[in-house]
Design a protein. Structure first.
Length: 268
């Protein structure tokens, strides 16, 4: 039944690399290799999106106190969007909006590093507006319920799981072809409200995370179907990363990442 209901499916593996990654309370420029698995598919009532990043840092982001190895992180995102037109049979079109949906999902991460060792868990839910553009542009207003339970390898202190205040995120995700050039403009932008006090009693800050790519379809070079092999340049602007204030006078420039990357992905 699931196979019969599927309307499309796209799975890819990817790799990206940069030398200017940043982490809160670490003022070093960090190099990272990131291996990626991504899947998006349509079904009778909407779409599923699933993404796993494995992030491998150099030793400027150490794996533990006194370690000469780099930290390792796994970050998972899942979103399901139920499109109201498919669910009800009625159109939800107005102005530049071609459709509406309800999105729900989660984020999950685990990281081994010297200071924080994040164990993030987050649920999300809210409306999504599908804009009438070539390719796609989806804009969502989501409520976020986030918690963490870090462990400090310096102090050997484990913090009990702590829930932040529920807070809002305005997010956009897009993939827009640039005519017949073989180029596409892809990415996401998240504008996240402050989430109250952190687990140590400090204030959190509003967060801006913009990740955008110009990708080129190289499939013809290897004789593969169109959109199978894509390469390009990526740039991430992430201010107040994870809600840490980059302008609080703490010398925390690591909470403000401005990271150029190279990216390659293969779709199958």
């Amino acid at each position: 039944m699931a196979a019969q209901a599927a309307t499309f499916s796209d799975t890819s593996i990817g790799y990206r690399y940069g030398t200017e990654y940043a982490e809160p309370f670490n003022n070093n420029a960090i190099s990272k290799d990131i291996i990626n698995l991504n899947h998006i598919s349509g079904y009778k009532y909407g779409t599923n999106f699933f993404n796993v990043d494995m992030l491998l840092s150099d030793n400027k982001d150490p794996a533990g106190a006194g370690s000469g190895n780099g930290a390792q992180e796994v970050y998972i995102v899942y979103r399901n969007t139920v499109e109201l037109e498919k669910l009800t049979g009625s159109a939800y079109k107005f102005g530049p909006v071609r459709g509406m949906g309800i999105t729900a999902g989660f984020d999950y991460n685990t990281k081994t590093d010297a200071g924080y060792n994040s164990k993030k868990r987050m649920l999300v839910a809210g409306p999504t507006f599908m804009m009438d553009v070539p390719g796609f542009l989806n804009i969502s207003l989501l409520a976020l319920w986030e918690s963490n339970a870090p462990y400090n390898t310096f102090s050997k202190v484990s913090t009990p799981r702590y829930g932040y205040d529920a807070h809002a995120m305005l997010g956009a995700a897009w993939g827009i072809p640039l005519g017949g050039s073989g180029l596409s403009f892809e990415g996401f932008a998240n504008f996240i409200a402050a989430k109250g006090k952190n687990e140590f009693g400090g204030d959190t800050a509003a967060e801006t995370n913009i990740d955008m790519q110009i990708m080129y379809d190289l499939s013809g070079v290897i004789g593969a179907p169109p959109k199978s092999l894509k390469v390009g340049l990526e740039y991430q602007y992430w201010k107040n990363k994870f809600g840490n204030d980059s302008e609080a006078g703490t010398g925390n420039k690591g909470a403000f990442a401005k990271t150029p990357m190279v990216r390659v992905e293969y779709h199958f």
